[in-house]
Design a protein around this ligand. Structure first.
Ligand code: R5P
Length: 296
């Protein structure tokens, strides 16, 4: 297993769980800012199945070039198989041209990486559209592991996606754990103009709500959804999100809005220390998927 700069902690956890050796690379930064890497233990790569792991937050652009450099270096050593694990695939929110003149950055990132690898694993990609028809890419969801922890604390829980685009996440976990699910829709009162956000069909009054989402960046989406859900009479709100970037004061925003606790996983090169955040173990599940691919 070869970790990139953002993925050392992740690779160490995985290596401990699975007894897989880590190959450390040499790296340096040239005076003009360009990166250099080299795999010193070349014999370990030749003819082997190599897992390269790098997550694209923080320093998305550096992580991108690092992934390509690692994959190219590995490929030149003739391994048996290359599997790239990119827990957080940056730029995947730009999955279409929203305004004429824009690039589809998510497509550029994904398709460039795919030119260098046999198989790719990502966690909870923002847009399923980006990987449609790509049989060598696997999108892993860990919401059932996060939500199982939350269920220990809840009464009459319901799973909610903050919008229709995130419904597949709510459906995934609800079906796995036998729960009800729905998504939030905006209603505008035609007379007062007041905008409310309510579940499409379910009544959440006096129920505990679990909001699921892929990314929490500024915390704005979840804070708003939480306030609305509490205004609609929900008893308590928990959140499960795969990629907890939590920029600036996002944690305070969530607390102020009334989120009881945020459950997430170690998908980034940073980890937040706060009593309102719990990181859930998922390494066994990841490894099962890697082994499935290795066996193919
Ligand atoms: C949006 O479509 C995503 O799924 C997330 O809901 C969004 O990126 C979260 O961003 P923020 O935390 O800044 O509201």
């Amino acid at each position: 297993m070869i970790p990139g700069r953002n993925a050392y902690r992740l690779a160490e956890k995985l290596s401990l769980t699975t007894n897989t050796p880590i190959i450390h690379i040499q790296r340096k930064l040239f005076p003009d800012g360009e990166h250099y890497i080299r795999i010193p233990e070349t014999e370990k790569v030749k003819g082997s199945t190599v897992i390269v792991i790098e997550t694209m937050y923080p320093r998305q652009n550096d992580a991108f070039i690092e992934i390509l450099m690692l994959l190219d270096a590995v490929r030149r050593l003739n391994p048996m198989k290359i599997i790239i694990v990119v827990p957080y695939l940056a730029y995947s929110r730009q999955d279409k041209v929203f305004l004429e003149g824009e690039p589809i950055t998510g497509k550029i990132v994904l398709e460039t990486i795919l030119k260098y690898t046999d198989h790719m694993l990502v966690y909870d990609i923002h847009s399923l559209k980006l990987i449609e028809g790509k049989t060598n890419v696997k999108n892993l969801l860990f919401f059932d592991l996060m939500v199982s922890k939350i269920l220990e604390k809840t009464r009459n829980p319901v799973i909610l996606a903050p919008d229709k685009g995130a419904l597949h996440r709510a459906k995934f976990v609800a079906e796995k754990l036998g729960l009800e699910y729905d998504y939030l829709v905006k209603h505008r009162d035609r007379i007062t103009g007041e905008v409310t956000m309510e579940p499409k069909t379910l009544d959440i009054k006096d129920r505990d709500v679990v909001i699921v989402d892929d990314i929490i960046s500024t915390g704005g989406t979840i804070a708003k959804a939480t306030r609305r859900v509490l205004e609609s009479g929900a008893r308590r709100v928990y959140v499960a999100a795969t990629h907890a970037l939590l920029i600036n004061n996002a944690i305070d925003k969530l607390k102020k809005a009334g989120v009881e606790k945020l459950y997430t996983i170690d998908s980034l090169g940073i980890r937040h220390k706060d009593s309102s955040i719990e990181y859930v173990d998922y390494y066994g599940r990841l490894w099962e998927t890697v082994l499935e691919i290795v066996g193919r």
